[in-house]
Write a protein that binds this ligand. Structure first.
Ligand code: ADP
Length: 274
């Protein structure tokens, strides 16, 4: 891992049990990268490297990588998938978007639907929203008692520890945008006919609860950033900063996992292709 990446991780990783204050000013990620063109080029190169490492992960079939993306509406969860994993062979990468739970899903415990779509060995799974909705939404809308939500933080930590102990590395990115940036992005969705389909009037209702969501995110970060599955707060007001930071962390993580091509039980010289 380069010193630059170590420094980036140190800045963005949430230390276990530490209370994070999500300040609007931090959503720009000033001083994280030198300049935009250089970072964009670096991200494109990193996407290629992520692809090469993913090929090794797929061939090895021993471990998996789970990338969790959380963030307010318009924070760029879809865009991150497009920009960081655009070079990655689609055979070994799965994206799962979590919407409101169905009746069937609600008939089970909240982790049931999540566990069912966790990446299998050899693959990268990306969650667009996740089980963290199950602590954020109940806290903001006061659907569960404080003590029940408290239990869920512990259950989630246990669940993620179980995943990591069974060969899944867990990376969690909270895409941090400012309230002003969200206003601009929602307005764009209204104004641009090609983006209008993304506009959901319900997003305006959630926007009214910005402070409550921010508070719920801060608690989630404090309670669920663990040594085995840490949270990263990614400045996401500028897409190139967001992409640059996530690409570096994903690449460094895969590099650290160091997946190996399996050694066949035969020698290439045992065969001849005619
Ligand atoms: P997005 O807004 O991510 O593009 P959708 O329009 O499908 O996608 O919105 C997903 C909605 O589902 C969000 O409002 C989110 O809070 C909600 N949601 C996801 N998971 C849960 C959950 N476990 N409990 C309650 N609401 C959830």
């Amino acid at each position: 891992m380069t010193d630059q990446t170590k420094e980036l991780i140190d800045k963005l990783q949430v230390k276990p049990g530490v209370k994070v204050k999500l300040k609007d000013g931090d959503a720009r990620g000033e001083r994280l990268f030198r300049d935009e063109p250089e970072t964009r080029a670096e991200t494109a190169a990193l996407a290629e490297e992520i692809n090469a490492l993913q090929d090794r992960l797929y061939a090895e079939r021993q471990r998996a990588l789970l990338v969790i993306l959380q963030g307010m509406d318009t924070s760029g969860k879809d865009g991150t998938v497009r920009d960081v994993f655009n070079a990655t062979g689609s055979i070994g990468v799965f994206v799962h978007a979590f919407g409101r739970p169905s009746e069937m899903e609600l008939a089970h415990d909240y982790l049931w639907r999540v566990h069912a779509v966790c990446p299998r060995r050899g693959t990268i799974g990306i969650f667009n929203r996740s089980h963290y909705e199950d602590v954020l939404v109940p806290k903001v809308h006061k659907l569960l008692s404080k003590s029940d939500i408290g239990k869920r933080y512990d259950q989630i930590n246990d669940f993620e520890r179980m995943l990591t102990e069974n060969g899944t590395v867990v990376l969690k990115f909270m895409l941090h945008i400012s309230r002003a940036e969200q206003a601009q992005r929602l307005q764009e969705r209204l104004d641009d006919p090609r983006k209008r389909w993304k506009f959901n009037p319900g997003d305006l209702e959630d926007r009214k609860l910005w402070d409550e969501f921010e508070d719920a995110y801060e608690t989630m970060l404090e309670k669920c950033s663990t040594t085995v599955a840490p949270w990263y707060v990614i400045p996401a007001d500028r897409k190139w900063v967001r992409n640059g930071a996530i690409a570096r962390i994903v690449k460094a993580t895969l590099e650290e996992m160091d997946p190996q091509y399996p050694k066949p039980a035969w020698k290439p010289t045992d065969f001849s292709v005619v």
